[in-house]
Design a protein around this ligand. Structure first.
Ligand SMILES: NC(=O)c1ccc[n+]([C@@H]2O[C@H](COP(=O)([O-])OP(=O)(O)OC[C@H]3O[C@@H](n4cnc5c(N)ncnc54)[C@H](OP(=O)(O)O)[C@@H]3O)[C@@H](O)[C@H]2O)c1
Length: 278
C-alpha cells in the first residue's frame, strides 16, 4: 500500500499517517513496533517522556528495512528547555535510539509557566544546522507560542503536533498552522479513551463506505490535511488504521464529523496554557 506524503516547509517529507508508540514499553514495544513497520507504517512517534526510545531504536534495527526508509520522531521534555539542556536532551535521544540522526524532533509542550520554550527552539534550530535532526517542530503550541519562536528565531516549525479528534477538531489551530506553513499532526487522533465510534455521523459514514468507524475518523484526519499518529498494539487494527486511502468522505460527511466538536471535548491533559509536561 502506498501512503501519500506531505512536503514540509523545510523540503523534507512525512507520510500522511504515522504510528504512535505511547505507552508501549519493553519487549512488547519492540515486537509491536516491528509489527507496525511490517504492516506499512514508516513514521514512528516517540518522546523522551515515553521512556521507549530504546525500544523504538531496537525495532528500527530489527525490522530489516534500511534506516533511511523509516522516519523517527522524538520530543524534548519540559525539564530540558534551557538551551544547553535541550542540546543535551537531543544527544541523549540519539544515544537511546542508537541512531546518528533523528528525522523530526519536537518541543513536547510549551510549558509557558517555565517560560523557556524559545530556548529549546533555538537549540533545535542549531541542531538542524548540524544535521543531527532533519526536521524540527513543536507540539501543543498555541498561536502566541508559535509567533514568539518564529519572531525570535526567524524559523517557523515544520510541524505542530496537537490534540485533534472529532470531539476536539481544532478548527482555529489548524488555520493558525496553515497560515504559517506549519504541517499539523494529530495526537490521540481516534480520541483515545473517548473515541466517538458510536456517533451517528461516524457510524453512518462507516456504513456508507463499508469501513470501520476507526477508519472513518482517520480518513477524516487525512482529508483535513493533518497527519494522524494512531497507536495500536493489535496487528489487525494497525492494518485497518493504515487502510484509509481507498475511499473518500464527501463534504457533508466531513462537516458532520467536524460538527462533533464540543466545548468539553479536549482530553484532560490537553491545555497547552496550563498542562506542564516536565
Ligand atoms: N504530543 C503530545 O503531547 C501527545 C499526547 C498524547 C499522545 N501523543 C502521541 O499520539 C499517539 C496516539 O495517541 P493516543 O495513543 O493517545 O490515542 P489514539 O491513537 O487515539 O488511541 C489509542 C487507543 O485506541 C485503541 N485503538 C487503536 N486503533 C483502534 C481501532 N481501529 N479501533 C478501536 N480502538 C483502536 C488502542 O488500543 P489497542 O492498542 O488495544 O489497539 C488505544 O487504546 C501516542 O501514541 C503518542 O505517540 C502525543
Amino acid at each position: 500500500m502506498s501512503i501519500p506524503t506531505h512536503t514540509l516547509n523545510d523540503g523534507h517529507t512525512l507520510p500522511a499517517i504515522g504510528f504512535g508508540t505511547y505507552p508501549l514499553k519493553a519487549d512488547e514495544a519492540v515486537s509491536t513496533i516491528v509489527s507496525a513497520i511490517e504492516n506499512g507504517y514508516r513514521l514512528l512517534d516517540t518522546a523522551v517522556n515515553y521512556g521507549n526510545e530504546q525500544e523504538v531504536g531496537a525495532a528500527v534495527r530489527a525490522c530489516g528495512l534500511p534506516r533511511e526508509e523509516l522516519l523517527v520522531a522524538s520530543k524534548i521534555p519540559g525539564r530540558h528547555h534551557g538551551y544547553d539542556d535541550a542540546i543535551a536532551s537531543v544527544h541523549g535521544s540519539l544515544e537511546r535510539l542508537g541512531l546518528d540522526y533523528i528525522d523530526l524532533h519536537l518541543v513536547h509542550w510549551p510549558n509557558p509557566r517555565v517560560g523557556r520554550y524559545a530556548e529549546a527552539w533555538r537549540a533545535l534550530v542549531d541542531l538542524q544546522k548540524e544535521g543531527l535532526v532533519r526536521s524540527i517542530g513543536v507540539s501543543n503550541f498555541t498561536e502566541a507560542h508559535l509567533d514568539r519562536i518564529i519572531d525570535e528565531s526567524g524559523v517557523a516549525p515544520a510541524v505542530n503536533q496537537i490534540e485533534l479528534h472529532p470531539y476536539f477538531p481544532q478548527v482555529d489551530m489548524r488555520a493558525v498552522n496553515t497560515e504559517r506553513g506549519i504541517q499539523a499532526e494529530s495526537w490521540s487522533p481516534l480520541g483515545k479513551r473517548q473515541a466517538p465510534f458510536g456517533e451517528p455521523a461516524v457510524a453512518a459514514a462507516a456504513e456508507a463506505h463499508g469501513v470501520t468507524p476507526g477508519q472513518v475518523i482517520l480518513r477524516w484526519q487525512v482529508q483535513l490535511g493533518s497527519i494522524p499518529i494512531p497507536k495500536s498494539a493489535t496487528p489487525e487494527r494497525q492494518r485497518a488504521n493504515l487502510d484509509v486511502f481507498g475511499f473518500e468522505l464527501d463534504d457533508a460527511e466531513m462537516a458532520a464529523i467536524t460538527a462533533l466538536g464540543r466545548a468539553d471535548g479536549r482530553l484532560f491533559n490537553g491545555d497547552p496554557d496550563t498542562h506542564e509536561e516536565m
